[in-house]
Design a protein around this ligand. Structure first.
Ligand SMILES: NC(=O)c1ccc[n+]([C@@H]2O[C@H](COP(=O)([O-])OP(=O)(O)OC[C@H]3O[C@@H](n4cnc5c(N)ncnc54)[C@H](OP(=O)(O)O)[C@@H]3O)[C@@H](O)[C@H]2O)c1
Length: 324
């Protein structure tokens, strides 16, 4: 099996590469590692230089998914059986103000990817044999349900990033490919070179510097450990998953509670956390109040078994001590 991962410089992209390599930075269960070992050729593709520190065991290609020519050239050159598309413009507020850039990465690029993959021959030569695993977001929902979402709930995006991700989903679903869409929520973990922040690192880093942070007290999310999500993506590839999957942490928390837990874990001074409401914070893109997922389908079909938030923090802490 040949798996090509786009966005391999990002948090999830890096973890998928490490997972496929059997590297301690994303250690998968023994049975999954045994299945992958020697069976998978890995092509990591990202914009510009390769930022994954480990350089052996895979091929790296520079790939900007907003370039139709680059997508066509790289996909035709490698003819993957599976593409895991983690590449996206992910900064929600930047998407609100840089709308053309957002649409190019999250929507138009999806058309390039699907059109190109549809034209690739499958290994058996019957065509349309490539599987696309695409990443999407809880933000496709408006967060007004008041409880966890299932895959069949009706999306209603509140901001431009969410709209672009929903349009990307529609392109994947309308394609003739075999596809799976994995929606996820607040992904946290450690990235090589420390180039990307996330909720956990943002709280930890600011409190360590004794800098005051405004933390939202009226929004609820189910945080997702990057290693768990990477494993779900790899299992989706190995098991030939099809359809939409909700893949997040099991429990939904108030974001303020998450910040307090992060502070407690690293024994940091919580007095620098300033609770603030969504109205007071007034972010450019309006966030849904409550998004968590029912993850039964992923558990059933992808052997998904996410770690608790406390376990996730422990894994991050060990990696920070060993690798940063
Ligand atoms: N992180 C979350 O909390 C979260 C929540 C819900 C859904 N998701 C979805 O999960 C997926 C993975 O997110 P992540 O957490 O890994 O985010 P990330 O760390 O921001 O990674 C996204 C990667 O996409 C790359 N990228 C952006 N535009 C590109 C382009 N035109 N061509 C090629 N690569 C491009 C970025 O490259 P540079 O690094 O060079 O900028 C980045 O490395 C995304 O589809 C995202 O929408 C994430």
């Amino acid at each position: 099996m040949k798996i090509l991962v786009t966005g391999s410089n990002g948090l999830l992209g890096q973890k998928i590469i490490y997972g496929l390599l059997g590297d301690p930075l994303c250690l998968l269960p023994d049975d999954v590692r045994k299945k992958i070992k020697g069976e998978v050729q890995i092509i990591a593709a990202a914009k510009g230089e390769n930022r994954v520190h480990r350089k052996d065991g895979y091929i790296y290609e520079s790939l900007d998914i907003t370039s139709k020519t680059e997508v066509e050239n790289i996909f035709s050159k490698h003819q993957p059986n599976v593409v895991i598309n983690t590449a996206a413009m992910t900064n929600v507020d930047a998407c609100e103000t840089k709308r053309e850039e957002c649409w190019a990465a999250n929507v138009t690029a999806m058309q390039y990817i699907c059109d190109t993959l549809e034209k690739l021959p499958s290994p058996a030569g019957e065509g349309l044999g490539v599987r696309l695993i695409h990443l999407s977001t809880d933000f496709v929902f408006d967060g007004m349900k008041g409880s966890e979402y299932v895959e069949t709930d009706q999306p209603n995006p509140l901001h431009y990033y969410a709209l672009s991700k929903l349009e990307g989903e529609k392109i994947v679903m309308a394609s003739k490919l075999k596809w799976a869409i994995l929606r996820t929520i607040i992904v946290y973990g450690i990235v090589d070179g420390n180039t990307r922040s996330n909720l956990v690192l943002w709280v930890k880093n600011n409190l360590e510097k004794k800098q005051r942070i405004n933390v939202i007290n009226d929004q609820f999310r189910a945080p997702t450990l990057s290693e768990d999500l990477a494993q779900a993506c790899i299992m989706a590839a190995m098991k030939g998953a099809e359809g939409i999957y909700h893949v997040s942490g099991e429990k939904t928390y108030n974001i303020l509670e998450l910040a307090n837990r992060i502070a407690d874990f690293w024994k940091l001074d919580k007095s620098f956390i300033n609770p603030i409401s969504s109205v007071e914070l007034n972010q450019p893109a309006k966030r849904p109040p409550y998004t968590g997922f029912i993850i039964e389908k992923a558990k059933r079909e992808l052997d998904y078994n996410p770690r608790s938030f406390a376990e996730g923090l422990k894994i991050m802490d060990e990696q920070i001590k060993r690798y940063l």
